[in-house]
Design a binder for this molecule. Structure first.
Ligand code: AMP
Ligand code: GLY
Length: 417
């Protein structure tokens, strides 16, 4: 098996690392990849992953027999459709199903159609109507840009003025805006992998989305993650499965949207039961970095089962250990940040204790690694005990250093964020 992983983040480094450990792999490509993936396979550095024709050509030239797509943008642009036309199997939805992530308006419609619990909401395309609705509400609201926004399209402020101005700005950009009830509870990210008929679930994760300690400050793409989630009870998980996961997969089949790939359920567990915040049609980042190391099944075999309609019979084996990921970010992130910062030599922990996944890093011919993004590394600690995983993660995170590097010191704390 010769896979091509699409993306350059820490999620894609974790995917490449998982493929590299598979007994099935005879070659591995990552496009565009990063300094971390360079040691696992061949980076197709100059490939523009938003140019569908170029990706199909590169996949053909490299002779890959499977493409695993990490990020949402190529999926929403129809990469899976383009690959299918060329007869190249891919793990990910076609553009039509990628709308579940690319349009919050459409995904809310899907949730309504299939009775999936979610926050009550309304969609607006007219700024004055939106403003009237927000100002007349007698409860706290959340404003969401409908389209893709790289984690920056949700405003949860208690300040009505901020909600109004954010909503107006989204409409000015030409997008519709979903306004929904603010929910209290804690968040869980759950990943299903489907072959289009059956699915399996991976252990639940939690993502720490806010930039600041104690879940304060602006939203980010995710500053850390844990897997599994110690405070999610088996009864709560069972309720998520019966009220959200199963109706979703039935709905996908009914709507003709079932696909081979990963479906991410972003859930808020509230006092009134679990509510679905959003779907993503791919692995989460940083959740992939904590869930993949705990997957004991051969990842090549798992992908093969997905592509051959055999996931229903696939024995998913998961470690009993815990994983905790700490994102090491560039100064200024999630606002503007410098790129090209020189990274000190990275820690080399034992793989059973910790892993260091790169995001958008570059490797110079002399071996120097430089940063290229806002979230630059994920340090993942592993351990049979949750606290051991946490210690291992922070030991690694502390020894990842570049000018202005920072991380949240409270990943694993009970506060969601
Ligand atoms: P989404 O992209 O819809 O998952 O929203 C991003 C983040 O905003 C979520 O992970 C939550 O932390 C927060 N959020 C979204 N919707 C709500 C809501 N209705 N109530 C409270 N927080 C929310
Ligand atoms: N960690 C959230 C996401 O990947 O969307």
């Amino acid at each position: 098996m010769k896979p091509l992983v699409i993306g350059n983040g820490a999620r894609e480094h974790a995917l490449a690392w998982k493929f590299a450990r598979s007994n099935r792999i005879s070659g591995l490509f990552v496009a565009p990849g990063n300094a971390g993936t360079a040691s696992l396979g061949e980076n197709l550095e100059s490939l523009d992953i938003e140019d569908m024709e170029a990706v199909v050509r590169a996949a053909n030239d490299a002779g890959v027999d499977m493409v695993f797509i990490g990020p949402e943008v190529p999926l929403s642009l129809g990469l899976v459709d383009a690959l299918a036309e060329s007869g190249i199997p891919a793990i990910g939805p076609r553009a039509a199903a990628a709308r579940l992530e690319a349009s919050k308006e459409e995904s809310k419609r899907f949730m309504e159609a299939y009775g999936i619990p979610t926050a009550s909401h309304r969609t607006f395309t007219h700024p004055d109507e939106l403003e009237r609705h927000i100002r007349s509400a007698d409860r706290r609201l959340v404003v969401k840009k409908s389209g893709l926004a790289a984690g920056k399209g949700v405003v949860e402020s208690e300040d009505v003025e901020q909600l109004v101005s954010a909503g107006r700005a989204f409409i000015r950009e030409g997008d519709s805006v979903v306004v929904e009830a603010h929910l209290n509870g804690y968040e869980v990210s759950l990943f299903g992998i489907s072959d289009g008929r059956n699915h399996v679930l991976l252990p639940p994760c939690a993502d720490y989305k806010k930039a600041g300690v104690g879940a304060t400050g602006p939203n980010t793409g995710g500053m850390g993650a844990i897997c599994p989630v110690p405070w999610l009870t088996p009864a709560e998980l069972a309720r998520i499965v019966s009220t959200i996961v199963e109706p979703t997969y039935r709905g996908l089949t009914d709507a003709g949207l079932a696909y081979r790939g990963v479906l991410y359920f972003g859930i808020m567990v509230t006092d009134d039961g679990p509510m679905l915040l959003e779907y993503n049609v791919r692995f989460g980042d940083p959740e992939a970095q904590v869930v993949l190391p705990l997957l004991e099944s051969d990842f090549g075999n798992l992908c093969d089962a997905v592509l051959h309609d055999a996931i229903g019979e696939f024995p998913v084996r998961v470690s009993t250990a815990s994983a905790l990921g700490v994102v090491v970010a560039a100064p200024g992130y999630p606002s503007s940040y410098p790129r090209g910062l020189v990274v000190e030599p990275l820690p080399q922990p034992h793989e059973q204790d910790a892993l260091v996944f790169h995001a958008a890093t570059t490797l110079a011919p002399d071996g120097t690694i430089t940063t290229g993004g806002g979230r630059c590394f994920t340090a993942v600690g592993l351990g049979e005990e949750f606290l051991t995983a946490r210690n291992n993660a922070y030991t690694a995170a502390k020894s990842i250093s570049f000018p202005g590097s920072w991380f949240r010191p409270d990943i694993g704390g009970r506060l969601f964020g």
